[in-house]
Design a protein around this ligand. Structure first.
Ligand code: ADP
Ligand code: ZN
Ligand code: ZN
Length: 724
């Protein structure tokens, strides 16, 4: 019998394709191949060899293999196959997620080393009319260290011009400037402290890689020095040949963390995140695939990379919602890290000051080892937290008098203050106080946010934007005013109240404008008095040693949400943002403004430990029969009308109707219309994960065969983070 291979393509298809393997070619799972597909050629990944093809079909032969080795080594391949089944996402798309873009497109798996050029002659030898060549020669001559071929092209010159100068021996090829993009980026050096006794104890509780698989939940309050423990652990346990993976929520927000790792491990540190370009990705991918002993610091998708000598995985801030991919292949980077450690027989460390209820539940059930670190590192003390009821207080830009007074005192004593606002822009809505009209997005069921700096009204759910008006668009009344607070408004009030103090705004708008959070934070790192105003971005992992006061403008958003995860997320955000205060040698204070100062959750926040609150939240989840006590999956549909969306979901209801599986819906989503698409959802909730997985598989197969309106889309989200 001729040899055959089953191949996956990078397409949203829940099926694989069989091909003949030509004589002389041996294929292995995970290998890249070129195949004829329709009238074109496609790049595929081998899933299986020696399969029994369906009878009566003549198979086409594989064109060629792109390399002799599998792009996806065994363990990576198994991880992705498992994830494809668990998340019910087509195998081909899952497997291709682990390849850098260049390899998905069929480029060779070698690093393209750039050509470098240096001037070595004078333009006097050039003919008078060779203006372009003269300009190029002068330009190259200005770069004494040499210049990259690709930069010459970017500067507007052409390859033939380079060649002409080389042929005349006016420029010569040279060795590249030694700084690679990876080492250029972060070069701060930071002194490494000795571990405190508490840190040392926590570190020694972590099982070493030689003990095989283990999962530890390192619960360490903010500022307890978890990063130092990771560094210490890796230093102690990695041999010169080992690879390690450190997952972080968003690298660009925490350059300090990368700098600290580089200080310890220098060249061994490699980074992986969305801002890398295609050749940087390929280069990092090849190093990992070649088994170089790197310590990779990366965001979510780094967990899918083809490590061959992985000995430790660390997931920092494991509660962070950015570990869950929000579209397409909706995997959880954290959960895959645990599964990967299990496959690979190595330790995984999940660290957080506010562990997810999922991980904490696993720790209580004995699946993870719980390690506690409940004091701050160095001389720092945990901040004190108090609630400030604002029900009957006048507010300016969302800030009450006592809050402004606390900021003034902080600045007067030479320290910095941080003000946390949940919304960017100036105000979440513009309202007419005559006719009651509120400006809504024409494409979504949401209101437009007023951005005063740009004189615009913007939808934060689609890209709709309109110029702001001075009067009510409906009745032309001048009593048309912003309602509620955004970062811009708070920034204005603070700037007016403290004219001599710099006010630094950090949100998606300001970081987009100024390039990076690093530039913005320079001011803060100078240590001089200043006020930071910002959104969630400020809550993430930053170390601001001179911030001694944190003001939370309004804590109430998550208290009464329909999303069952909202209280957990609210508490995590409040504690994380509070954790920015008092990290240096000075004590920190947190003031939380609220209209519900008697709410039990907020009261507990001031006095209890996070784990006590988590215990309570877990009880509520258990009595509500919700995750992590049960498994959940959501089918979502969107179409041109709500009727179509609901119909799609109604059609799968009978398939999902199995004993032990609760079905909620179909119902319109919380934002039922978004960018003119009508969205609905069907929730499945069960204590039988295996049965759920079977039901999902059958339902997806059936949906794929169903005839649907052209505009309709459906998707499946297993272990959803957002349930609204
Ligand atoms: P976490 O990640 O737990 O919030 P970090 O690792 O960022 O905490 O540490 C908080 C601060 O404490 C950092 O400025 C860090 O340099 C400092 N730190 C950590 N460990 C020690 C130690 N053993 N002695 C002195 N300072 C320390
Ligand atoms: Zn009006
Ligand atoms: Zn919109």
């Amino acid at each position: 019998m001729p040899s055959t291979a089953r191949i996956a393509l990078n397409r949203p298809l829940r099926r694989l394709f069989d091909y003949l393997v030509p004589k002389g070619l041996t294929l292995k799972p995970g290998q890249r191949v070129k195949i004829p597909f329709g009238r074109q050629q496609a790049i595929g990944l081998v899933v299986d060899t020696h399969v029994e093809p369906p009878a009566g079909i003549t198979l086409k032969p594989v064109h060629s293999a792109l390399e002799e080795w599998p792009s996806l080594p065994d363990e990576t391949f198994q991880l992705l196959s498992w994830a494809s089944n668990y998340y019910q996402h087509p195998l081909g798309e899952c497997l291709f997620t682990a390849l850098p873009p260049a390899l998905r497109r069929g480029r060779p798996a070698i690093e393209k080393t750039d050509d470098w050029w240096q001037a070595c002659g004078s333009g006097a030898a050039l003919p008078a009319n060779a203006h372009k060549q003269k300009t190029l020669l002068n330009w190259i001559a200005q770069h004494k260290q040499g210049v990259k071929g690709s930069d010459i092209i970017k500067a507007g010159f052409t390859r033939p011009q380079i060649k002409a100068l080389r042929d005349k021996e006016l420029i010569q090829a040279t060795a590249p400037d030694s700084e690679s993009p990876q080492s250029q980026r972060y070069n701060e050096s930071i002194a490494a402290p000795e571990l405190s006794a508490a840190q040392f104890d926590a570190a020694s509780e972590l099982p070493p890689p030689t003990a095989g698989f283990s999962a530890s939940l390192l619960y360490g309050i903010t500022g307890s020095g978890k990063t130092e423990i990771y560094l210490h652990y890796l230093k102690q346990n990695l041999t010169d040949q080992d690879q390690a993976l450190v997952l972080v929520p968003e690298i660009n927000l925490t350059p300090q963390t990368v700098a600290r790792f580089q200080h310890y491990f220098g060249e061994r540190i490699l980074v992986w995140h969305s801002a890398l370009n295609d050749s940087e990705r390929l280069s990092a991918w090849l190093k990992i695939r070649n088994g170089e002993p790197v310590i990779l610091i990366g965001t979510r998708s780094a967990v899918l990379l083809p490590f061959t000598a992985l000995k430790t995985l660390i997931v920092d801030e494991e509660h962070d919602s950015s570990y869950k991919q929000g579209e397409g292949f909706r995997y959880s980077g954290r959960d895959l890290a645990v599964y990967r450690a299990h496959l690979n027989g190595c330790p995984v460390i999940l660290g957080s000051a506010t562990p997810s209820l999922e991980s904490y539940h696993n720790a209580l059930g004995g699946k993870y080892k719980l390690i506690r670190l409940e004091e701050r590192a160095g001389k720092a003390l945990p901040p004190t937290l108090s609630l400030l009821d604002i029900r009957s207080r006048p507010l300016e830009g969302g800030l009450s008098r006592p809050a402004l007074e606390a900021i003034r005192q902080t600045l007067d004593s030479g320290n910095q203050a941080l003000v946390f606002v949940n919304r960017r822009g100036f105000a979440p809505v513009m309202m007419c106080f005559d006719c009651g009209h509120m400006v809504e997005c024409p494409r979504c069921d949401t209101r437009l946010t007023y951005h005063r700096r740009d004189r615009a009204m913007r939808c934060h759910h689609c890209d709709y934007q309109a110029p702001a008006t001075e009067t009510c668009p409906k009745c032309a009344s001048e009593a048309f005013r912003p309602v509620g607070q955004g970062t811009e408004q708070t920034e204005d009030i603070l700037a007016a109240s403290f004219p001599d103090t710099p006010v630094v705004r950090v949100d998606r708008d300001s970081t987009q404008r100024k390039g990076s959070i690093q530039n913005i934070l320079k001011q803060v790192n100078s240590g001089k008095p200043c006020i930071l105003v910002g959104t969630q971005m400020l809550a993430k992992g930053h170390d601001f040693p001179d911030v001694t006061l944190v003001v939370v403008v309004n804590a109430d958003g998550g208290l009464f949400s329909v999303d069952f995860r909202a209280p957990e997320q609210l508490i995590q955000t409040l504690l994380q943002v509070s954790g920015r205060a008092g990290r240096g040698t000075k004590a920190g204070k947190v003031v939380v403004q609220t209209c519900h100062s008697d709410h039990p959750l907020l009261k507990k926040l001031c006095h209890g430990r996070y784990l006590d609150i988590a215990d309570q939240l877990l009880e509520e989840r258990e009595s509500g029969q919700l995750p992590p006590f049960r498994a959940m999956a959501i089918f979502r549909a969107e179409a041109d009308t709500m009727e179509q969306s609901l119909k799609i979901l109604d059609s799968i209801k009978p398939l999902a109707n199995m004993p032990g599986i609760e079905i909620w819906g179909p119902l319109p989503a919380l934002i039922a219309r978004r960018a003119d698409r009508h969205r609905a959802q069907l929730v499945l909730n069960t204590d039988n994960r295996r049965r759920l997985n079977k039901v999902l598989a059958a339902t997806c197969q059936s949906l794929e065969q169903e005839k649907m309106p052209k505009s309709a889309r459906w998707m499946i989200d297993v272990d959803p983070q957002e349930t609204g």
